[in-house]
Design a protein around this ligand. Structure first.
Ligand SMILES: [Zn+2]
Length: 79
């Protein structure tokens, strides 16, 4: 089963489309009953799309990973 920490770990893979189907389903299932992680995913999505708009080509991968790391730290502090 997916826990909040797993969502934090896999969020960037999920958004990159790199997550296997089984994991993707587990993550989605977790989002159904965990509003914290729903908010978390929303935040990442928004930030990523903002970054993508501002810098479409430049080091997208690196930005996403650094971002996920940052958000992971934030979510740890909150819980
Ligand atoms: Zn959660």
């Amino acid at each position: 089963m997916f826990e909040c920490k797993d969502v934090a770990e896999e969020a960037s893979n999920y958004l990159d489309g790199d997550l296997p189907l089984a994991k993707r389903l587990g993550l989605l299932l977790h989002l159904v009953y965990c509003s914290c992680c729903r908010r978390y995913m929303q935040q990442i999505r928004q930030t990523i799309s903002t970054v993508a708009i501002l810098r479409p080509q430049e080091q997208h991968q690196t930005d996403t990973q650094a971002l996920a790391e940052k958000l992971r730290t934030i979510s740890k502090t909150e819980s």
